[in-house]
Design a protein around this ligand. Structure first.
Ligand code: MEV
Length: 317
C-alpha cells in the first residue's frame, strides 16, 4: 500500500442533448478544464471523507459515527466500501476531496469526484482497475446522488475528450482538429438533477406527442451539431446551441434568471447560448469570438472561459 494517492478528473458540459439522452437519444458531451481532486492517505481505525470544512467519519463496521446527521458523502463512502469489498481489501483511509466547479450546477462535479476517488483508491491499494470499472463504480454513486442517471457524466469524466454518448458503454470519441473554447456562466441557482430528470420523464409520459415532436427536431439538430464541431464552424455551432436551448425551454427547464443570462450573452455577441445539464438554474454555456469574454466583464459574478476536450481521470504525483 502507498503512503498517499492523488487522482483528479474533469468536470463536463453537455453541448447537446441533456434530458434527451435519458430517453435514449445521443448527446454530445465534453470535458472541461475545472477538475475534482481526491487525495487519499491510509489510516488505522476509521474512514474519513472531508471536503473543505465538512467531514464525515465511519467506523470499521461501516457505521457513520460523525456527524449524527446524513451527509452528501454517503454515496462516496458506499462506493469506496464496494470497491474494497470487490477487491478483498480490508483497510481504512482518509479522503480529502476538492472540486474546482460548483456542485449541483450541471458541470458534473459529483461524477468527477466519484471517478477521482475510485482512481485514487485503485492507486492507493495497487488495484489494476480498468476505466470501465471506474465508470461502473462511479455510476453506483451517481445512482444514489441522482436517481436515474444516463451515465453520461461518469463516462466523460473518466474518459475525457468529447464524446458522442448514447448510453452506458455506447459512446464514440469525437476526434476534432480543434476543440471549441466555451464560456460557462453560473446562474447561482442550485438544483437537483434527479428532480429535473423525473419532471421531464413524467412530461414525456403525459404528453408523448409533444415530446416526440421535440425529439424529432433534436435528432436533426444533433446531426448538424456533429458536423459543425467537425468543421469548427462556431457560428453554426452557436445557432444550433440556441435551438437546443429553445427545446429545453419548451420542456419547461428554463426560468427568468436563465433567460436573462441567455439573452445577455446573445446581446453581447455570443454566437449561441444554452442551458447545460439538468436546467432550472445551474450553468449556461455559450460560444463566441475571442472578444466575447471582454464584452461580458462585470455582467456575471461567476463566468469562466474553458477549453473543451480536456483529459479524463488521471493519477497525480
Ligand atoms: C446531467 O448532467 C444531464 C441529464 O441529461 C441527466 C443525465 O443524463 O443523467 C439531465
Amino acid at each position: 500500500m502507498k503512503e498517499k494517492a492523488v487522482a483528479s478528473a474533469p468536470g463536463k458540459v453537455i453541448l447537446f442533448g441533456e434530458h434527451f439522452v435519458v430517453s435514449g437519444y445521443p448527446a454530445i458531451v465534453t470535458a472541461i478544464k475545472m477538475r475534482a481532486k481526491a487525495t487519499l492517505t491510509p489510516r488505522h481505525d476509521k474512514f474519513m471523507i472531508k471536503s473543505g470544512q465538512t467531514s464525515a467519519v465511519w467506523n470499521s463496521n461501516g457505521e457513520q459515527i460523525y456527524p449524527s446527521t446524513a451527509t452528501p458523502f454517503q454515496p462516496l463512502f458506499n462506493m469506496a466500501s464496494r470497491i474494497m469489498e470487490d477487491f478483498g481489501i480490508s483497510s481504512f483511509f482518509n479522503a480529502e476531496i476538492h472540486s474546482e466547479s460548483p456542485g449541483a450546477a450541471g458541470l458534473g462535479s459529483s461524477a468527477a469526484v466519484s471517478v477521482a476517488l475510485a482512481k485514487a483508491l485503485a492507486s492507493l491499494y495497487n488495484i489494476d482497475m480498468s476505466i470501465e470499472s471506474v465508470i461502473h463504480y462511479s455510476m453506483l454513486a451517481e445512482k444514489e446522488f441522482h436517481g436515474r442517471p444516463s451515465g453520461i457524466d461518469s463516462h466523460i469524466t473518466a474518459i475525457g475528450g468529447t464524446l458522442l454518448y448514447n448510453g452506458p458503454g455506447k459512446y464514440q470519441n469525437l476526434k476534432l482538429d480543434k476543440h471549441p473554447e466555451i464560456l460557462i456562466v453560473y446562474t447561482g441557482i442550485k438544483r437537483k438533477t434527479s428532480k429535473m430528470v423525473s419532471y421531464v420523464q413524467n412530461l414525456s409520459a403525459e404528453r408523448p406527442d409533444e415530446f416526440t415532436q421535440l425529439t424529432e427536431i433534436y435528432s436533426e439538430l444533433y446531426k448538424k451539431a456533429v458536423e459543425a464541431l467537425k468543421s469548427n464552424d462556431l457560428i453554426l455551432l452557436g445557432r444550433l446551441m440556441t435551438v437546443n436551448h429553445l427545446l429545453l425551454k419548451c420542456l419547461g427547464l428554463s426560468n427568468t434568471v436563465v433567460e436573462n443570462v441567455v439573452e445577455t450573452l446573445l446581446e453581447k455577441g455570443a454566437y449561441g447560448a444554452k442551458i447545460t445539464g439538468a436546467g432550472g438554474g445551474g450553468c449556461v454555456i455559450a460560444v463566441g469570438d475571442d472578444e466575447l469574454a471582454k464584452h461580458l466583464s462585470g455582467h456575471f459574478p461567476s463566468c469562466w472561459k474553458s477549453e473543451t476536450g480536456c483529459k479524463g481521470v488521471s493519477e497525480e504525483a
